[in-house]
Design a binder for this molecule. Structure first.
Ligand SMILES: [Zn+2]
Length: 203
C-alpha cells in the first residue's frame, strides 16, 4: 500500500514521464486482479412464495386473483376465504353529494346484514363483492356492471338497492355462479376435513 502511495505521488509530480504512468497503471491492474467478487446465488423464486398474512384487506387496493401466478392463486383464494369479507364497522361512512338536489348519501352498514357478499373499501369509499372477487372467471368479466363490484368499486349510493339487485341478477347470473363456486369450494374442503377426521379415528 505504502509503495503504491509513494509511486502515485511521484507520478503526480512527474506527470510527463511515461514510465511512471505505466507503473501506476500496472498497480491498478494488480488491484483489479484480486479475488473476483463472488457472484450472488440466484434469488429463490419469490413469485411463488406466498405469505397468507400479507394479503391486502381493503378491496379497493387488492390485486385481482388472476394477477397472481397461476400456481399460487388457490392459496391466495384460501387466504381470503379464511379472513372473510372485509366489512369494517365505522361510526361514519364518507358522504357523497348526488345531483342538483345536493342531497348526500353514504354507504350503510345495514347492507352487510342484507347482502353477506358486500365488502366496503375505506380507501375508495366503494362497495365490492367478495364472492365475485374470489371466483370470477378472468376474460369473461368485462360485462358492464360486473367489474364495478370486483375492480372499480360501486359508489352510486343513491341507487344502491337497484345496483345490488342488478349485480345479483337472475338464477344463472355471473354473481350467482360465483356464489355457487364459493359453496362448492367450502363443501369440498369440509368433506376433505371430515374424511380426514374419520380416517384418523379409524386408524
Ligand atoms: Zn358478486
Amino acid at each position: 500500500m505504502r509503495r503504491f502511495l509513494v509511486k502515485r505521488a511521484r507520478t503526480e509530480n512527474m506527470n510527463d514521464v511515461q514510465p511512471e504512468v505505466e507503473v501506476e497503471q500496472r498497480t491498478e491492474n494488480v488491484n483489479d486482479a484480486q479475488p473476483e467478487i463472488e457472484v450472488e446465488p440466484p434469488a429463490p423464486n419469490v413469485a411463488n412464495e406466498f405469505n397468507p398474512n400479507a394479503i391486502e384487506r381493503d378491496p379497493g387496493k387488492r390485486k385481482q386473483i388472476c394477477e397472481y401466478p397461476p400456481d399460487i392463486q388457490d392459496q391466495v383464494r384460501r387466504a381470503y376465504i379464511l379472513k372473510g369479507p372485509m366489512q369494517p364497522d365505522l361510526n361514519k361512512y364518507h358522504r357523497t353529494e348526488f345531483g342538483s338536489s345536493r342531497s348526500s348519501r353514504a354507504f350503510s352498514k345495514s347492507w352487510y346484514k342484507m347482502y353477506d357478499w358486500i365488502e366496503y373499501s375505506e380507501w375508495k369509499n366503494a362497495a365490492y363483492c367478495f364472492y365475485c372477487f374470489l371466483f370470477k372467471q378472468p376474460g369473461r368479466a368485462e360485462h358492464f356492471g360486473y367489474e364495478v363490484f370486483t375492480k372499480e368499486g360501486f359508489t352510486d349510493w343513491k341507487h344502491a338497492s337497484k345496483g345490488f339487485k342488478d349485480h345479483i341478477g337472475g338464477h344463472g347470473s355471473r354473481h350467482n355462479s360465483c356464489v355457487k363456486h364459493y359453496d362448492d369450494y367450502n363443501n369440498q374442503r369440509q368433506s376433505v376435513a371430515s374424511n380426514f377426521a374419520r380416517s384418523s379415528k379409524e386408524s
